[in-house]
Design a protein around this ligand. Structure first.
Ligand code: PMP
Length: 286
């Protein structure tokens, strides 16, 4: 079991990029994280679509077709030989002048990093996690749109550090208007009287692939889902809460700023959706 890095088609156990790459200098890059089931990438088409959308927003050219990505990922997975992997796909602007304008960067770097999948502790799912509502606001969508998945995660990093200082597992951020947005690497949902509520995309969040699937599965299974602008009080008074993400899947949240949400235990709707999501993954990967 190893980490393998595919840099522009060359696979090795380490890789080096020039310090003049604008990805390093300015965070000028886009990326995706993909998980595997039975060694096969999950929702690869959706991740590649979002990678391309992010790149389009930055006017960054991705030099690979989807078929090339799939082939490179397959050979990197094979070379790593892990049972299950964490796959990070990254496209950086490439080497250019020490100037913000990307016009001097003519060759993007395409990186596929594969490492052994690390699972979150079982306890997170059985007991739920602690979130901190932090003072760091999510980037304004008209400054650096959180819908674009760039390599610049400093906003999230600052939020995460604030959460860690208070002993919470992750941070939940508000937008400039004071409405709930998302956590540092996941989307937030909460349940009130059997309605499932989640911030709408126009709050300034990443359109999570897991979020999308969970909303669809919930609706198909008779749970009403409302996307909207929710103040933090709505979550404080919720019966249950959970977060979603590629690696975390559906993870219960039972504490907000050290106060219990509902009865402080993972709720029945959360557990049902977690099961529906796991079953769905097993079904589509067969
Ligand atoms: N929000 C942010 C800021 C993220 O980084 C992630 C992880 N990609 C998510 C939400 C969840 O998205 P997904 O379900 O596509 O992993």
């Amino acid at each position: 079991m190893t980490t393998q890095i595919n840099l522009n088609g060359q696979i090795s156990d380490d890789a080096f990029i020039s310090v003049l790459d604008h990805g390093f200098l300015f965070g000028d890059s886009v990326y995706e994280v993909v998980s595997t089931i039975e060694g096969k990438p999950v929702f690869l088409a959706e991740h590649l679509r979002r990678l391309r959308q992010s790149a389009r927003e930055l006017e960054l050219t991705i030099p690979y077709t989807d078929t090339r990505f799939a082939d490179e990922i397959e050979s990197t997975l094979k070379s790593a030989g892990n049972q299950e992997s964490y796959i990070r796909i990254m496209v950086t602007r490439g080497v250019g002048e020490l100037d913000l304008d990307p016009v001097s960067c003519t060759r993007p770097n395409v990186l596929i990093l594969v490492k052994e999948a690390v699972l979150y502790p079982k306890e997170n799912y059985e007991k739920g996690i602690h979130l901190a509502l932090v003072s760091v606001k999510r980037n304004h969508k008209e400054s650096l749109n959180p819908g674009i998945k760039t390599g610049n995660y400093l906003n999230n990093m600052l939020a995460k550090m604030e959460a860690s200082r208070s002993g919470a597992a992750d941070a939940l951020m508000l937008n400039a208007l004071g409405y709930l947005t998302e956590c540092t690497t996941s989307n937030i949902f909460f349940v009130k009287e059997e309605r499932i509520l989640t911030p709408s995309l126009d709050c300034g969040i990443l359109a999570g692939i897991t979020r999308d699937v969970v909303i669809r599965l919930a609706r198909e299974n008779g749970f009403p889902v409302e996307e909207g602008q929710w103040p933090p009080e709505a979550l404080e008074q919720a019966d249950e809460a959970f977060i979603t993400g590629t690696v975390k899947k559906v993870m219960p949240v039972t504490l907000l700023n050290s106060r219990p949400i509902g009865d402080g235990k993972p709720g029945s709707t959360t557990r049902k959706l977690a099961r529906l999501y796991d079953d769905y993954l097993q079904r589509i990967m067969k």
